[in-house]
Ligand binder design. Structure first.
Ligand code: IDP
Ligand code: MG
Length: 139
């Protein structure tokens, strides 16, 4: 399995605030190349499936409501050590805890509306990219 790819979403708070372009600039500026990208919106069923790993957590309903509240941008990114380096670039889940200069620190509104998703393992990066993109789109 590739260790040089990760998956991201620019979440509804960030697309809605007009921060999509700035966030993509940060991602490219940090050395990631875009291998697939689409502007789309999740249905409730799709959001529940994508976040199924969190379904027992108390914030699951809030997370699904939020992730279906507006458009998202989904993308597959490539770089050496992609998963770990992208998690460093975006910062902690809670923007108040995120390091200075990270995407979440600079663009996120709250722990739920935290601007971007980043895969937490190579396996999840693969599965999440597969969820959003056809084989032809995952060039
Ligand atoms: P991560 O996105 O940093 O990997 P996870 O723990 O995997 O964080 O949580 C998935 C998403 O669920 C977060 O990005 C955030 O949108 C939301 N979330 C996490 N913790 C909370 C919480 O305590 N309240 C509300 N939403 C949360
Ligand atoms: Mg996670």
């Amino acid at each position: 399995m590739a260790t040089n790819r990760t998956f991201t979403m620019i979440k509804p708070d960030a697309t809605g605030a007009g921060n999509t372009g700035k966030i993509i600039d940060r991602i490219i500026g940090a050395g990631f190349s875009i291998r697939a990208m689409k502007w789309t919106q999740l249905s409730r069923q799709e959001a529940e499936k994508f976040y199924a790993i969190h379904k027992e957590r108390p914030f699951f309903g809030e997370l699904v409501d939020y992730m279906t509240s507006g458009p998202i941008v989904a993308a597959i990114l490539e770089k050496d050590n992609a998963v770990e380096d992208f998690r460093t670039l975006i910062g902690a889940t809670d923007p108040k805890q995120a390091a200075e200069g990270t995407i979440r620190r600079d663009f996120a509104e709250s722990i739920a509306a935290n601007a971007v998703h980043g895969s937490d393992s190579d396996e999840n990066a693969h599965n999440e990219g597969f969820f959003f993109f056809s084989e032809r789109e995952r060039a």
